[in-house]
Design a binder for this molecule. Structure first.
Ligand SMILES: N[C@@H](CCC(=O)N[C@@H](CS)C(=O)NCC(=O)O)C(=O)O
Length: 208
């Protein structure tokens, strides 16, 4: 059965799901909603939220739950409980970061506010992530010695918020100066994932 990703025509909370599907050769189609169409469709989707994904005969909601479902199917969640904690704490942190991003740059367009937040708070938070990458041996993975969902969380955030889109002229130099190691990690992630690299090059700009 065809996999369908329901979301707005943006990256947002659906992009990591798309990257997971394409990396592991799971064909999918996007169902994009215009706002008015979404308001009419909202009551038909459980919890009235996007993204929703049709997969394996189910209609799933909540992006992180969907990601974990796919990640478990393709075996990129560690079996070791401590490593699973390491992955989960990264997922939780980047979920927090997405909310801050949304408050500054989706619900409002406060680029100066986001830059101030980066300098006052986010830079240090991302340094902690860089420390984890270093403590893991700078081997291209956030946790352990193979790809996990944590790699997708880190790379997608850095690429979609800082290295792509209409704000990249301002935000790329900012993060290159403040968190060069996480930028290197994200760029290596792209170098090692040709399908995602192609998507990032060809998908066009979105505000989020
Ligand atoms: N925790 C949820 C958040 C879902 C969410 O807030 N979705 C927003 C788009 S990113 C939405 O559905 N907005 C439209 C609405 O609430 O009507 C998830 O990760 O899926």
């Amino acid at each position: 059965m065809a996999v369908v990703v329901h979301y707005f025509d943006s990256w947002g909370r659906a992009e990591r799901i798309r990257w997971l599907l394409m990396t592991y050769n799971i064909d999918y189609t996007d169902k994009f909603y215009e706002w008015e169409e979404w308001l009419a469709a909202r009551s038909k989707l459980e919890f009235g939220q996007l993204p929703a994904v049709e997969i394996d005969g189910h209609q799933m909601i909540q992006s992180l739950a969907i990601e974990r479902y796919i990640a478990r199917k393709i075996n990129i969640i560690p079996a070791d409980p401590y490593q699973e904690y390491q992955v989960e704490s990264i997922l939780g942190y980047f979920d927090d970061l997405f909310r801050h991003f949304a408050n500054f740059l989706i619900y409002t367009s406060d680029l100066q506010g986001y830059i101030a937040y980066y300098n006052e708070e986010l830079k240090d938070g991302l340094k902690c992530v860089e420390n984890r990458i270093e403590a893991n041996g700078n081997n291209g993975f956030v946790v352990g010695n193979s790809r996990t969902l944590a790699d997708f969380a880190v790379a997608e955030f850095v690429i979609d918020v800082f290295l792509s889109g209409p704000r990249k002229g301002t935000l790329t130099p900012l993060i290159e100066a403040g968190n060069p190691k996480i930028v290197e990690f994200a760029r290596n992630f792209l170098s090692n994932n040709s399908k995602i690299a192609t998507r990032v090059q060809t998908r066009g700009d979105r505000d989020f």
